[in-house]
Design a protein around this ligand. Structure first.
Ligand SMILES: Cc1cc2nc3c(=O)[nH]c(=O)nc-3n(C[C@H](O)[C@H](O)[C@H](O)COP(=O)(O)O)c2cc1C
Length: 373
């Protein structure tokens, strides 16, 4: 399987399968001398790990990571960093039983056509949300680089089903928003909306069904002038990274699809100068114009589909007997992926932003190298 890497100069490669021995990530292009906070990496993993609340899958994994290379005396060496996590709670029995049955809106048919039946189907193998633990580890390192530059971000659940938070949080303090988000099992920012979302997820779980929603991501203090037009634009690279997260079905920057219905006079973001600093009075562009950052908050929204594996009866095909059948799936599934996905969105965003900053020489190849000198 090719194409498991992303990034030009800060490049991450994903490997492992859901029920294999390990999952992990290889990170190349990392500056030397970075004083890594390993506890931060674990905390980020804990926000993604399964079994963390009543709203997630019951699969129980510690998701404790091991460093295989690239870190010496607690600092990055400039060599590739390899981080792995052992898969411990593997129950492949349910998958064996349903091996010949195509789960609707899951990868079984497309993967069969692509890999001729050789792909590891246990726990959805390479297609599992589990591979995103590797994204989160890489993102936790990228985030520490962004923090050094005072660039901070938050992704949060903006809607689940019909329940939506319409507030624009661009002017809010990210640290305070983060505190609010981490008090919410749905990982949203408004406690009242969170309660409704939690109830909704619990109800849909009881009905053996699932729900999707949207995640809003905000990045503040990202410098103007990063990116470029055409194929490696900031928008295209972010979109490509975000679409690598399983279950993502859409992304829109700023006003996004709403902009198609707006007049130029409504959509245009007026420029203003204040104390020699240029900003816009609103941000329907989402902080990117011409594929290049404007210095306004980078703001985008991600659509996540309802989890495909549901216990409810569904029509499908048994490909062994070539028969139309009805399927009632067993197994441990997320009734709604969003509460676990916010940190994955942040992780991929961090990786892409750091890659762009390094490509433009905005991050030195050696960071914090006092002791080395
Ligand atoms: C954190 C996370 C957890 C997921 N959990 C499940 C799950 O329990 N059941 C499921 O059917 N899909 C789950 N998915 C999504 C599938 O992996 C994904 O829908 C599938 O591989 C098909 O890919 P696509 O939806 O991107 O086309 C999860 C995704 C993520 C990011």
């Amino acid at each position: 399987m090719a194409d498991n890497s992303i990034g030009r100069k800060f490049r991450i490669s994903s490997f492992g399968e859901s029920h294999g021995k390990i999952i992990g990530v290889l990170i190349d292009g990392i500056p030397a001398g970075l004083d890594l906070n390993l506890e931060f990496i674990q905390n980020e993993l804990n926000k993604r790990k399964p079994g963390q609340s009543k709203l997630t899958t019951e699969r129980k994994e510690d998701d404790e990571f091991t460093i295989l290379s690239g870190i010496f005396n607690n600092k990055t060496t400039g060599a590739p960093i390899c981080l792995v996590i052992e898969n411990k709670d593997k129950d492949s029995s349910k998958y064996e039983k349903f091996k010949h049955i195509l789960r609707p809106s899951h990868v079984d048919y497309s993967a069969l056509k692509r890999y001729g039946g050789f792909a590891d189907f246990r726990g959805s193998g390479r297609f599992s949300g589990r591979i995103t633990a590797g994204f989160v580890m890489a993102g936790a390192i990228a985030k520490q680089i962004l923090n050094l530059l005072d660039i901070n971000m938050i992704a949060y659940t903006q809607s689940i089903g019909e329940i939506e938070d319409f507030e624009n949080y661009e002017s809010h303090d990210i640290r305070k928003l983060m505190e609010k988000r981490e008090k919410s099992l749905a990982r949203t920012l408004n406690p009242k909306i969170s309660e409704k979302m939690e109830l909704l997820i619990q109800n849909i779980k009881n009905q053996k069904d699932s729900l999707g929603g949207t995640i809003q991501c905000l990045v503040k203090n990202f410098p103007a002038g990063v990116g470029g037009p055409v194929f490696n634009s900031l928008e295209s690279d972010l979109a490509k990274g975000i679409f690598s997260i399983p279950a993502v079905k859409g992304i829109e920057f700023g006003a996004g699809f709403k902009s198609a219905k707006m007049k130029g006079s409504e959509h245009n973001d007026p420029w203003k100068v204040d104390n020699n600093s240029i900003t816009t009075t609103k941000n329907d562009s989402g902080g990117i114009i011409g594929g290049i950052s404007t210095g306004m908050p980078i703001s985008f929204r991600v659509a996540i589909k309802p989890t495909a594996s549901i216990g409810k009866k569904q029509k499908t095909v048994d490909i062994k007997n070539m028969k139309n059948i009805e399927l009632e799936l067993e197994g441990r599934h997320d009734p709604c992926i969003l509460p676990r996905a916010v940190v994955i969105v942040e992780a991929i965003t961090s990786v892409i932003l750091v890659d762009h900053l390094i490509c433009q020489g905005k991050i030195p190849e050696i960071i914090n190298n006092d002791e080395a000198n």
